[in-house]
Write a protein that binds this ligand. Structure first.
Ligand code: NOJ
Length: 966
């Protein structure tokens, strides 16, 4: 264990009482908390701070302890506690509990004993015959108490209490008290807790003539506590000081690294709220500077809200007046020197402010603490007295009692918020898990980013950037070479800004939510941020930004190019009557090899035969070659092959010839070939080979630029051209059927290249009109969307991936899957009308083309036996493969990610969209169809991604009862 773990932690503060009631007695308990650990893990927090759960009369919500060694029975037993603790630890979570050292409840046996006349325990508390002692010491709970002294008739003396009258302060001048409290700490630490929050720590000692706060004696006691902890357990357990003080008063608690490990940044917290309302970074900047320079091993704990009032004790009077005025104009929300409201109501329910403040909480220097319920934007109830309004039950669902408890409503320890906009009917975990746009899912995403860069945010340096626009707070976090830039707009209006980023010149800001690179930093960096907007960037060297190249674009190095023995012209390789056996064999071997090595052909041929060829160009010779590919099955492919006497800087080189020096290129990846072919079609190509006529036409325009969307498919400027690289009869059917389909998203062919021999006819190429926009082939699009989506999920533990998160990250891909599901169903229906019977797509994603968010159908497959399920399986398979391939390119993403994503897409989106649209649909046989298709794909080519999909679907088919039932 890293002893400095607390520096990278994200803490979740909760009340066992308010969290989840497993035994339905109206109080949350340890068993309930244990059951909710998966929720917390999925949220992305890794440390829990539990508020007091010890024996107590609950007059101060448990901070009035009557037995430090007993768990309040409503929360369960010590066994329950241990079970919870073990499970939290198993999940990699740490647990911090309360050490209330300053006072006990009057019910504590120590006090009951101490008040008796002549009791030997008397010295455990602070007594006086007169309330005049320690005059001038402030009263903290000034709405409830008028003095720090209360007279006890049994003792016949006054006892000292800094908080409620029923919470007598322990007498730390008595070494027995200190010993007793060390024992309490040991008891819980022995059980395995990882740290202690030191409640009300500044008030341990009293000295006449002082404020009785932060006395040197108190600081020394804290150091002794740490020493005792480390002597017994070594490093690794932490102390967190609750010292609500000015900065210079808080710093001594850290000592020289021998005091507390952490202290709340009380000075910063209210200034965040100030800065937000003043729309000026000044208050934050000032406090960041004031709280600088703590020891290396120490850490601030950052928070926005907690179970107490938003304290305004340690701000100036003017600051307090301002904050009260803007955040609690209604006096009901004021208590003592603070504001008893939860975060969301404080922010007026404003989603933008909510996001902005969380962005600051998770990226400023320190360990963030999230108060339970704030992640879903829970509200408060001002009618509940004291600070109970911010301690209401966690809102799990819209069920009875907010899903917190099944107890009768009147038994609940506090009622859940059930009125107004924060009512549990609207604000609850269940609803927010469903929605990718919920507060909860936002916090999860932000936490995922925080966790991915935990060390930089937790330990990195913080440098404020002197942006001229004071509504902007910008800072650089840096740790071991990683640099993260945070820019936040405190204003409710859009702001423009120039970032002085001298040290980052040439680096590329990569936006952390989307992982998209921004323009590199050259000079001051100009940005605009919307109202209360913020942005997080990793400043990344250009070289580290990966550009994806499709694997089919990879070239074999020239020295590995095979040799074809050729003495005459290349016609001996293509023309049956001129064939030179040895040369042709070598040529076909080389061709088979290059076709195997490139991944885009759906069949990796063992053997290749020339069926027919026609020379389209004489110098240098260019052959359109009809080939038969064989590997278990046979396929016909049309490939353009050029012979060049000189070596060219062109793609597709696959063989060289000797002694007649020459080079053979396969041009299906060369956009130039497609432009050339289109031109020839436009001219009305007519040619004759030994076996057949070739006739071409293209009624559409001739674009200047054609882009290769994938081998076999090119498009540009209003035209598409598809070449039947895999001549499977699909183009014939496309030509015949597509013009008859009355579907607006179908692009029927206009031009063609026909191969005719007697009555036999084959379509080798098709052309057509393209709507405006930049075309993308659907598989490539799916892969790009998958890469984008998955990279947003990188670093997430898979247990944390709720459907909501997946939906948010994979939104674009999901939309594509849905659209495809709908379109496939519509297509099946139309094909059945036009062709009758089983009329199928018989193709996967490659049949579709996307333009400006619209998806068009370009081609059909051959008319073969099949079933609608098989078509669905093909699309599903392609979507899954897109995810798998994208994942293979992603570093450090969890191995379960593609499976989860695929399941979410395929079953959640594709299948359900299809089901909703199809007239008739039965899922029976669906897993089998997937397995069958995945198996067939493996026969084509064994690749890890294909294997993973097959395995996944085999598992799935096993788990799904077959047609005969389980
Ligand atoms: C600080 C706690 O946060 C607060 O809730 C409590 O009332 C006081 N300590 C007194 O115990």
């Amino acid at each position: 264990m890293d002893p400095l773990w607390y520096k990278d932690a994200v803490i979740y503060q909760l009340h066992v009482r308010s969290f989840f009631d497993a035994n339905n007695d109206g109080y949350g308990d340890f068993e309930g908390l244990r059951q909710k650990l998966p929720y917390l893990e999925a949220l992305g927090v890794d440390t829990l701070w539990l508020m007091p759960f010890f024996q107590s009369p609950l007059r101060d919500d448990g901070y009035d302890i009557s037995d430090y060694y007993q768990i309040l029975p409503v929360h369960g037993t010590l066994e329950d506690f241990k079970r919870f603790l073990d499970e939290a630890h198993d999940r990699g979570m740490k647990v911090i509990i309360e050490l209330v050292l300053n006072h006990t409840s009057i019910d504590h046996p120590w006090f009951q004993e101490a008040r008796k006349p002549n009791s030997p325990m008397r010295d455990f508390y602070v007594w006086s015959d007169t309330p005049e002692k320690y005059k001038g010491v402030r009263v903290i709970f000034q709405d409830f108490e008028t003095s720090n002294w209360t007279f006890d008739p049994v003792a016949g003396a006054y006892y000292w209490h800094r908080f409620y009258w029923h919470q007598p302060d322990l007498n730390w001048d008595n070494p027995e008290v200190e010993k007793a409290m060390h024992q309490v700490m040991f008891f819980w630490a022995d059980l395995g807790v990882d740290g202690f929050r030191l409640d009300a720590i500044p008030y341990l000692y009293e000295r006449e003539g002082t404020s009785c706060e932060n006395l040197p004696e108190t600081i020394e006691a804290v150091k002794r506590l740490r020493k005792a902890l480390e002597e017994r357990y070594g490093p690794g357990k932490v102390l967190l000081a609750e010292a609500n003080m000015w900065p210079e008063e808080t710093l001594p608690y850290f000592g020289d690294g021998d005091g507390v490990h952490m202290a709340y940044n009380f000075p910063l917290m209210p200034r965040i709220f100030m800065a937000l309302r003043r729309e000026d970074r000044g208050p934050i900047e000032t406090m960041l500077k004031e709280t600088e320079g703590i020891p290396e091993t120490a850490q601030w704990a950052l928070f926005l809200r907690n179970h107490d009032e938003l304290t305004l004790e340690k701000v100036t009077e003017e600051e307090r007046e301002f904050l009260w005025e803007v955040y609690a104009p209604d006096p009901r929300f004021r208590i003592n020197l603070g504001i008893r409201r939860r975060l969301m109501p404080l922010l007026g329910g404003d989603r933008r402010r909510f996001e902005l403040l969380h962005a600051l909480l998770f990226t400023l220097k320190g360990t963030p603490i999230l108060y339970y319920g704030d992640e879903i934007g829970m509200g408060d109830n001002p009618f509940l007295g004291d600070r109970n309004g911010v301690r209401t039950p966690m809102q799990w669902s819209a069920d009875r009692n907010a899903g917190f408890s099944r107890a009768p409503y009147h038994r609940l320890f506090l009622p859940p918020v059930s009125e107004g906009p924060y009512s549990y009917h609207f604000v609850n975990v269940e609803a927010q898990e469903q929605s990718p746009h919920s507060h909860l899912n936002f916090v999860r995403r932000l936490l995922a980013i925080r966790q991915r860069h935990a060390k930089t945010f937790g330990r990195g340096s913080l440098k404020l950037l002197p942006v001229e626009n004071r509504r902007i707070l910008a800072y650089l976090r840096e740790h071991e070479g990683e640099r993260i830039l945070v820019v936040a707009n405190l204003s409710r209006y859009t702001q423009a800004l120039d970032l002085p980023l001298e040290e980052a010149q040439g680096l590329v800001p990569v936006e952390l939510f989307s992982q998209s690179p921004f323009p590199p930093v050259e000079g001051p960096y100009r940005l605009t941020l919307g109202p209360h907007g913020f942005a997080l960037f990793a400043l990344t060297p250009k070289e580290a930004i990966r550009v994806q190249t499709p694997d089919w674009a990879e070239e074999a190095p020239p020295e590995e190019v095979p040799l074809v023995p050729l003495e005459e012209g290349p016609e001996v390789l293509f023309v049956e009557t001129m064939k030179e056996e040895r040369a042709q064999r070598a040529f076909l071997r080389a061709l088979a090899q290059v076709l195997r090595d490139r991944s885009w052909l759906p069949l990796k041929p063992e053997r290749v035969e020339v069926l027919d060829a026609i020379r389209l160009e004489k110098d240098p010779p260019l052959y359109l070659t009809l080939l038969e590919l064989e590997n278990h099955t046979r396929r016909t492919a049309l490939l353009p092959i050029r012979y060049s006497p000189r070596r060219e800087e062109a793609p597709g080189l696959f063989a060289r010839t000797r002694p007649r020096e020459g080079y053979l290129y396969e041009l299906s990846q060369d956009p130039g070939f497609y432009a050339y072919l289109l031109k020839r079609l436009k001219e009305g190509l007519e040619a004759r080979s030994l076996k057949a006529y070739y006739r071409g036409s293209h009624p559409g325009p001739l674009p200047q630029n054609l882009t290769l969307l994938r081998p076999g498919l090119a498009a540009g400027e209003g035209v598409w051209l598809q070449v039947g690289l895999v001549q499977d009869g699909g183009l014939d059917r496309t030509l015949e059927v597509l013009p008859r389909l009355d579907l607006p998203w179908v692009l029927p062919p206009k031009g063609r290249l026909l191969w005719e021999r007697g009555k036999e006819r084959r379509v080798l190429a098709l052309t057509g009109d393209l709507p405006e926009g930049e075309p993308k082939e659907a598989f490539a699009l799916a892969q790009a969307l998958a890469a984008e989506g998955l990279s947003r999920l990188q670093g997430h533990p898979p247990e944390g991936l709720s459907p909501g998160l997946l939906a948010e990250a994979l939104r674009e891909l999901e939309a594509l899957a849905r659209l495809l599901g709908v379109r496939l169903a519509l297509l099946h229906r139309s094909l059945a009308e036009v062709e009758g019977g089983f009329s199928l797509l018989n193709r996967g994603l490659g049949a579709f083309l996307a333009l400006e968010g619209e998806v068009y159908l370009l081609a059909l497959g051959p008319k073969e036996e099949g079933s609608p399920l098989m078509d669905l399986a093909r699309l599903a398979y392609d979507l899954e493969r897109a995810v798998e391939l994208a994942w293979e390119d992603l570093e450090g993403a969890h191995p379960e990610l593609p499976g989860l994503a695929a399941q979410f897409l395929v079953e959640g989106a594709l299948l359900s969209a299809y089901r909703d649209t199809a007239l008739e649909f039965s899922e029976e046989g669906w897993p089998e169809a997937m397995v069958a298709w995945a198996e067939a794909q493996l026969h084509r080519e064994e690749k890890p991604a294909r294997r993973r999909i097959l395995e996944r679907w085999r598992e799935k088919a096993k788990a799904t009862p077959g047609p005969q039932g389980p």
